[in-house]
Design a protein around this ligand. Structure first.
Ligand code: NDP
Length: 246
């Protein structure tokens, strides 16, 4: 396992769930962490917790991943403060599950903006720096829904298939550049993610699912730590983690 001491990681969607856990785990492995999301208070609490329990430096960045200029600023300010960008964790995402017949066009657009354009803006902002450094690691958080489509997941899955396509393309394009790419595909993880669903039929469908085993955010964070702590020549391209069934 390669140490992350002195390295710097940017984590989008660090204000809750999987992103928060990834930031904590990377910090505990010695990486300075830049915590990006829109909810300032949540980021401040996390930064304090990390600084109280580790010796790494933290920085918070109020960033909307759908805004290209904010993603550029996130990377520029990280370089100014820490001089390198060693890991960029494209984690921010929304899952507004709905049936196509219910025609939630605004929610489709939101998922496309956050889940696809947000990841692309992350690549746009971080990749030139990593290519110049001839080193770096981009981790894209896709989903099991980026490998298969479930009832009401058509649009969400389309965005997560897109994330996986970007990861696969980058892996081919960057394999001799020193920049590594990992696509992470979690199954159901217990987070705030489903709380934004508005489709009543989906909410009804979910009532039947209570009691199912879900993963914890830490389970996914450990798989990210696994990928980014391999020796330089090892490129862990895909990690899929599902919960066991009862
Ligand atoms: P959460 O809802 O807990 O976290 C989502 C994060 O994304 C929040 O930190 C939120 O921060 C951030 N976010 C949302 N929109 C924006 C935006 N426009 N700009 C910046 N940040 C934004 O969910 P999870 O932790 O579960 O989700 C993290 C990732 O994992 C997502 O990509 C999700 O699709 C994926 N995933 C989750 C699974 C699960 O079962 N939970 C399964 C498979 C994949 P804020 O609101 O403060 O901006």
């Amino acid at each position: 396992m390669v140490s992350l001491q002195g390295k710097t990681a940017i984590v989008t969607g660090a204000s809750s769930g999987i992103g928060e856990a990834i930031a904590k785990h990377l910090a505990h492995e010695g990486a300075n962490v830049v915590l990006a999301a829109r909810r300032q208070e949540r980021l401040e609490e996390l930064a304090k917790e990390i600084e109280d329990t580790t010796s790494v430096k933290t920085k918070i960045s109020i960033t909307d991943v759908t805004k290209q200029s904010e993603m550029e600023t996130l990377v520029t300010e990280t370089k100014e403060e820490f001089s390198s960008v060693d890991m960029f964790i494209n984690n921010a995402g929304v899952m507004l599950l709905s049936f196509l017949k219910n025609d939630k066009v605004e929610e489709w657009e939101k998922m496309i903006d956050v889940n696809i354009k947000g990841v692309l803006f992350g690549i746009h902002a971080a990749l030139p720096t990593m290519l110049k450094q001839e080193s770096g690691h981009i981790v894209n958080v896709s989903s099991v829904a980026g490998h298969e489509v479930f009832p009401a997941s058509s649009v969400y899955s389309a965005t997560k298939y897109a994330v996986r396509a970007l990861s696969m393309g980058m892996e081919k394009e960057l394999s001799s550049s020193g920049v590594r790419v990992t696509n992470v595909s979690p199954g159901a993880v217990s987070t705030e993610l489903p709380e934004h669903i508005t489709d009543e039929e989906v909410l009804d469908m979910f009532k039947d699912r209570q009691g199912r085993i879900t993963l914890e955010s830490d389970d996914i964070a450990r798989s990210v730590v696994y990928a980014v702590t391999q020796p330089d020549y090892v490129n862990v391209n895909e990690v899929m983690v599902r919960p066991m069934k009862k």
